[in-house]
Design a binder for this molecule. Structure first.
Ligand SMILES: *Cc1c(COP(=O)(O)O)cnc(C)c1O
Length: 395
């Protein structure tokens, strides 16, 4: 125990390994430089090119680029016309923006629990929470593994609900051979630097529904009926506003970066999967931590690598393991504090501890280990070494 870095021993690493990090290569820099030297900084040709390439990569008819993954969810809630009084079911194990986006439209998020092992939205709990006010269900492909879309689709069809995938973790993943981005009626992505590909800030919605796409393109541009291109080509200044919109546009420069990154996505996801497989193999032989379980019929985008600490094996809890890992130079994190445990939701919806027992148990034991494309095999070995060292010391 005395050789643990937290007790003054030598750390596994000198410099902290972050849990996630972007990859920017020379061709990305050139793409941005070219865009900066073109006629457009925003609302130029890179936007529709990125939308088309992204939609064609996942396999939908439409892609709508927006300024980040939070406003992409807000844009979706507007597209399906969430109104005060409407309910939208969301999982508690997600980033806060999933639930907040329902509030942004004046709707009521209804919080559902997740399944043990995978921490994916539990269709059984979703069914219990459907009322005659329910408008939509949001699935979150937690850590990168797609949710149970056959079951969720059947529920949504039966109750006439819109199915939404908040999919930033799972870009590049598949469910029964179908790619993430095509699995729900509306699918939301983020290009924040820790995600699979980045545009600094950025977001995208994919859908096969042309009416939704048109409504979303207006919403991201102040509700204006004609695009700048249409006004230009028709030599007119006129446009009409029928509904409230925002400036939720992604810039031409960012889209140029997104296009360059997208080309490399398949190899980057493959690298994430390779590192995750290395972890899986090592942790199968280390008692004290258990990785999330992966279902057979789907592949993960591997945004996060989450382990649950085992209180029956270790003499300490998550907090101590977390602090010991950081002392070893391993930049661990926790994803996420369940939505229903946040003060905002306690105040607004009257949520309380005890409501989602599976998520609460997982939250009390979870740690996110470093996983990103540019990690070396040595980096991954350091993570394994540190976990092994700490589990042995506290066994
Ligand atoms: C990253 C993320 C978001 C928010 O995306 P931003 O681009 O950071 O606004 C929403 N939901 C999930 C599941 C995410 O991982």
């Amino acid at each position: 125990m005395s050789d643990l870095a937290i007790n003054g021993g030598t750390p596994v690493r000198e410099a902290m390994l972050p849990y996630g990090k972007q990859t920017i290569e020379q061709d990305d820099i050139e793409a941005v430089t070219n865009a900066l030297q073109s006629d457009f900084l925003t609302t130029g040709p890179e936007i529709s090119a990125f939308e088309k390439e992204f939609a064609s990569f996942v396999g939908t008819a439409e892609g709508v680029a927006v300024s980040n993954g939070t406003v992409s969810l807000h844009t979706i809630m507007n597209a399906i016309d969430v109104q005060p009084g409407d309910e939208v079911i969301v999982p508690t194990m997600t980033f806060i923006a999933t639930a907040n986006s329902v509030l942004m439209q004046g709707g009521t998020p209804v919080i559902a629990d997740v399944q043990p092992g995978t921490l994916l939205l539990d269709p059984t709990d979703v069914e219990k929470k459907i009322t005659d006010k329910t408008k939509a269900v949001v699935a979150v492909d937690y850590a990168g593994q797609p949710c149970d879309y056959d079951e969720l689709r059947a529920l949504c069809d039966k109750h006439n609900l819109v199915l939404i995938d908040d999919a930033p973790h799972a870009l590049g993943g598949t469910y029964k051979g179908k790619s993430v981005g095509t699995l729900a009626d509306l699918n939301s992505f983020s290009f924040h630097p820790v995600k699979a590909i980045t545009t600094g800030e950025g977001g995208m919605i994919t859908t096969d529904n042309a009416d939704f796409a048109e409504r979303m393109r207006k919403f991201r541009n102040h509700g204006i009926s004609k695009t700048a291109e249409q006004r230009q080509s028709q030599d007119t200044w006129e446009y009409e506003i029928h509904d409230l919109g925002y400036n939720y546009r992604l810039t031409d420069v960012q889209c140029a970066l997104g296009r360059s990154q997208l080309k490399k996505l398949p190899q980057w996801v493959a690298r994430r999967q390779e590192i995750a497989a290395k972890y899986d193999e090592a942790f199968a032989n280390i008692s004290g931590v258990t990785p999330l379980t992966q279902k057979e019929d789907r592949t993960s985008g591997r945004h996060l690598y989450v382990v649950l600490v085992d209180p029956d094996v270790l003499s300490v809890g998550r907090k101590e393991v977390f602090e010991a890992l950081r002392a070893e130079g391993i930049g661990v994190n926790v994803h996420y504090i369940p939505v229903h445990m946040q003060d905002l939701y306690k105040k607004k919806l009257g949520t309380k501890e005890g409501m989602c027992p599976v998520a609460e148990d997982a939250y009390s034991r979870m740690i996110t280990l470093p996983l990103f494309t540019k990690m070396t095999d040595e980096d991954a070995s350091d993570v394994i070494k540190a976990v092994e060292k700490i589990c042995a010391a506290y066994s």
